[in-house]
Ligand binder design. Structure first.
Ligand code: MG
Length: 258
């Protein structure tokens, strides 16, 4: 990558409106998937639902073919952290959790968000993992304001998760988003030693804590995609695309039932 690839692009209000639209399609798809994440449903079925919803709303599924990814949806069950490949043989069971990560491309701009949903009844410890990961995302978003640094987001996420005895994944991080799915800056879910960029009006950030019930270490399976926890304990993942505005963080991918 050349030096220019490291520049954080600032979006105009018109571009942010397009990104809002792209992200609302993501939010609508995730809402549909949440309702369909039931016992006996395959992750392949969820992938097809997401892709159909996306195309019905005149958008392109952003992950399909991205670096060769073979599906529209990343569906990651239980110990799978992110980048799970949907499959007809991957059937959801009572007590599972599934991370649903979806992206769209609409009129040249990307949307990206994720939720982790329970299938039927799940143990209390895993319910807490989901709640803490989601609240860590919201605490990180609250720091996404002009004048703060990326590290303020990272710190808010890390402190909250570790206070509850969970670990944040280091090897995968959030990212800027815009006319490319992944843009600078990186948004780690832990505080790094080096200084991180200041947040400016017009930045759009995909903030995505990946939080493990056990240790922080992860591995990539032989399919070259699926990331799993090294100790095979469950992992949760929530993501929003957020614009930095004069009025504070604007959650582009927040679901509105309009
Ligand atoms: Mg993302």
């Amino acid at each position: 990558m050349g030096a220019n690839d490291q520049v954080i692009t600032l979006k105009t209000p018109v571009e942010i409106e397009l990104m809002h639209h792209a992200n609302q399609i993501v939010a609508g798809a995730l809402h549909l998937l949440r309702e369909n994440s039931k016992e006996g449903v395959s992750t392949y079925t969820l992938d097809k639902l997401a892709e159909e919803y996306c195309r019905d709303h005149n958008a392109i599924p952003a992950f399909k073919g991205y670096n060769g990814f073979p599906a529209s949806l990343c569906a990651s069950v239980n110990e799978e952290v992110v980048h799970g490949i949907p499959s007809k043989s991957k059937i959801l069971h009572d007590g599972d959790i599934v991370s649903l990560d979806f992206g769209t491309l609409f009129q040249g701009f990307y949307g990206d968000a994720a939720i982790t949903v329970p299938v039927g009844e799940i143990p209390e410890s895993i319910r807490e993992l989901l709640e803490v990961t989601k609240s860590a995302l919201m605490l990180g978003i609250a720091q996404a304001k002009i004048g703060n640094r990326i590290s303020d987001i990272s710190k808010a996420v890390q402190v909250h998760c570790e206070a509850h005895g969970f670990s944040v994944v280091r090897q995968f991080v959030g990212h800027g988003i815009g006319s490319r799915l992944h843009e600078p800056p990186e948004i780690p879910n832990y505080v790094q030693r080096q200084a991180s960029p200041r947040l400016l009006e017009g930045m759009v950030l995909a903030i995505e804590p990946m939080v493990n019930l056990g240790g922080a270490k992860v591995k990539i399976l032989r399919d070259q995609w699926t990331v799993v926890t090294a100790d095979r304990k469950p992992s949760a993942h929530f993501e929003h695309s957020v614009a930095i505005t004069q009025n504070g963080p604007f959650i582009l991918s927040e679901y509105t039932s309009a």
